[in-house]
Design a protein around this ligand. Structure first.
Ligand SMILES: [Zn+2]
Length: 130
């Protein structure tokens, strides 16, 4: 299990197991946030706690949840549940302690132009400033 928390500690998440990859996306949002994502469903592989504020872009389908006190971006979550009521959620691995995440391989996603996965280039979370 990996745990993350914002800088002030009021927003927290738990991720079961270790993800196969950490997604680095270059879309207009992720580029600014600098987040590294690990995905699952809420209250399945990922549990979150603490009061957040959410930013929803335009007519977007998800909210970026950040701590109203310290400003850290902790996770994004789908606005609506999907099939069988499961709700997609992704945590920002930058909220974790380094030793828990540094060896996870980076999965690059081109969210700006092609909207598709890019091949792995051998880098891991440790190479992203941890
Ligand atoms: Zn905080």
């Amino acid at each position: 299990m990996i745990q993350g928390s914002c800088l002030c500690g009021s927003v927290r998440w738990q991720l079961e197991g270790t993800p196969e990859g950490a997604t680095a996306c270059n879309c207009t949002a992720c580029r600014r946030y600098g987040a590294l994502w690990a995905y699952d469903h809420e209250n399945e592989g990922i549990r979150v706690s603490g009061e957040t504020r959410a930013f929803v872009r335009g007519n977007g389908s998800l909210g970026f949840h950040f701590c109203p006190a310290c400003g850290c971006l902790a996770y994004w979550r789908s606005l609506q549940p999907g099939e069988a009521g499961r709700r997609r959620i992704a945590v920002n691995l930058r909220m974790a302690e380094p030793e828990a995440v540094t060896r996870i391989p980076i999965d690059r996603f081109d969210g700006l132009v092609a909207f598709e996965d890019l091949p792995r280039d051998g880098r891991c979370v440790a190479d992203y400033g941890f």
